[in-house]
Write a protein that binds this ligand. Sequence first.
Ligand code: MN
Length: 304
Amino acid sequence: MVTSRSPVGVHFNVWTPAWDETGSRRAIEATKEAGFDFVEITIFDLATFDAKATARMLKDVGLAATCSTALVSETDISSGDEDAARRGEQHLLECLERATTVGSKWLVGATYGAWGKHQQGVTPEGRASSVEILRRVADRAANLGITIGLEVLNRYETNALNTTQQARELIDEIGSPNIQIQLDTYHANIEEKGQAEAVYACGDRLGYLHIGENHRGMLGTGTIDFRALFRAALDVGFTGPVAFEAFSLNAVGTQHGAVLSVWRDLWDDSLSMAEHARRFIEEQLAAARAVRDSSVSHVSAQPA
Ligand code: MN
């Protein structure tokens, strides 16, 4: 039986702080060299993000890309501030156009509200605004063949979605088929009862995985239960992108590091660390598949 399999990628910040001319070339070439299927590009600043140049480089190297972004307070569609909401909708729509240019079928990240520490919770008016705008953005995304991912983040980085259960409720309220949940193991480790529980709460709405250790360094050297995570992901029929995410001061630099709260070095050599991550993810996926296949054939071999 042929089953579709998750493409495995890596976040560009493993290689470089900024998606500028030098950084993007380095990230694309290193991602290819480390054997990944795609690079995830976070669009932080539309003014400096050159989608056409990115598309050319990806084509030259033979690599796919996914896109993510993060709304901030000035573009917070869940704030209840009409000006911020309008700017946020424009930002998301423009990200969709850039994603199309680079060939991404995804726009994931903090797409539903501002990324960062908040001083108050989301109001009912703010939530209604977010729902209404995401509905319109999803309509445009559907025309472009793009799925929107809502990345569930820990309490210090969003006031809106801390658990996949909350994301599922928001998605049901929006009602757009091309909005799915992006689960990040690093954030889930802080907020959820377990990695598997977080996956099962998504069910068929799990669209995109961020794979990170609890310390956001080398996979397998922390406390995240990846075995349980991947087993649960297969159980819910997940075949979406799996992107490795890790941050180290010597890779992201002091300026971008401060934005990400990265204050120390987690590894020395990005290439060997990323190659290890790709193998680790592929092995974990294969092991989960083997366990699942053997239990399925065992069940079907039982007399009726
Ligand atoms: Mn993430």
